[in-house]
Design a protein around this ligand. Structure first.
Ligand code: CP
Ligand code: NVA
Length: 330
């Protein structure tokens, strides 16, 4: 049966079958080809979308805006500082209003239940632009980047080093399980993914030929690894007072040249970004002054090195988000 995602929300990858995920990846590749060739693809000129951001963003917001305009749609951006959302109006009421005016809603914020409720009350497709639990649009860009490097992603091993229970790590575990890859969470035992989610992913992996591994050992994590992945040690919404504890716990999981050498020589490096790989940010400089660390989750040896693919990955956010909006709105 041909795949149709028309009218669906994109809230987490657990809701999508492997075939549906592959369909979105193929669509994204086609949109990328069209963009590169300069072929116009204004397929949704009569549609309007709204982007709700309760947390800050560069890539996700820009990807949604550019993708929507490339498809010919109108776009409205709202953050919590410039709308009634959350303060004077509940999310349910906001959703009902927006659903009357817009064809689709993007939401970035805190609880996963909020994005699920937006979908429930708005009656239009809702796309999760990051919550505390998941970051599903990021996953499509990540896998597209892996696919562009290696072709078939099945049996490839992706290891996430660091805070292995954050939104990005959770989503990577799900997408790897769905696509028959090996996902390895490598970090301290206090920051391992939630047991229930691990069990769910193991069940999925059993069906697809994938594997889920958890380890505290860097050598084990890096062994036979095709994709070395990391993310910041303190996510948006977490209290800054946690830096001290996190740095102590995660210092040894920094992705540097020594760690990269433990992975396959053909391995690539990915990072969802933004990254603290130098002292060129206010937080990066503060951390340096306090802890004398000139890089956190990854250093410049890797970030600027030949195996780094994080900017291809960032570009792919736009092509994949375009695929999600098009597939669900057409
Ligand atoms: N990777 C990502 O979601 O980046 P932004 O926070 O800049 O959107
Ligand atoms: N884990 C990070 C991802 C940012 C794209 C955060 O939530 O801040």
């Amino acid at each position: 049966m041909p795949i149709s995602l028309s009218g669906r929300s994109f809230l987490k990858l657990l809701d999508y079958t492997p075939e549906e995920i592959k369909y979105l990846l193929n669509l994204a590749s086609e949109f990328k080809r069209m963009k590169m060739a300069g072929e116009e693809h204004k397929y949704l000129t009569n549609k309007q979308v709204v982007l709700l951001f309760e947390k800050t963003s560069t890539r996700t917001r820009c990807a949604f805006e550019v993708a929507a305009r490339d498809l010919g749609m109108g776009v409205t951006f709202l953050d919590s500082g410039s709308s009634q959302m959350g303060k004077k109006e509940s999310l349910a009421d906001t959703a009902k209003v927006l659903g009357r005016m817009y064809d689709g809603i993007e939401y970035r914020g805190y609880k996963q239940s909020v994005v699920e409720d937006l979908a429930k009350y708005s009656g239009v497709p809702v796309w999760n632009g990051l919550t505390d639990d998941f970051h599903p649009t990021q996953m499509l860009a990540d896998i597209l980047t892996v696919q562009e490097e290696f072709g078939d992603v099945r049996n490839r091993k992706l290891t996430f080093f660091g805070d292995a229970r954050n939104n990005v790590a959770n989503s990577l575990m799900v997408v790897c399980a769905k696509l028959g890859m090996t996902f390895c969470a490598c970090g301290p035992k206090e920051l391992m993914p939630n047991k229930d989610l691990v069990e769910t992913c193991k069940k999925i992996a059993k069906e697809t030929g994938g594997k889920i591994e958890l380890t505290q050992d860097i050598k084990e994590g890096a062994k036979n690894c095709d994709v070395v992945y990391t993310d910041i040690w303190l996510s948006m919404g977490e209290d800054a007072s946690l830096w001290d504890k996190r740095i102590k716990m995660l210092k040894k999981y920094q992705v540097n040249g020594k760690l990269m050498k433990l992975a396959k020589p053909t391995a690539i490096f990915l990072h969802c970004l933004p990254s603290f790989h130098d002292r060129e940010t206010t937080i990066g400089e503060e951390i340096y002054q306090k802890y004398k660390l000139d890089a956190m989750e990854v250093n410049d040896e890797v970030f600027l090195g030949p195996q780094a693919r994080q900017f291809d990955e960032a570009e792919n956010r736009m092509h994949t988000i375009k695929a999600v909006m098009y597939a669900t709105l057409k």
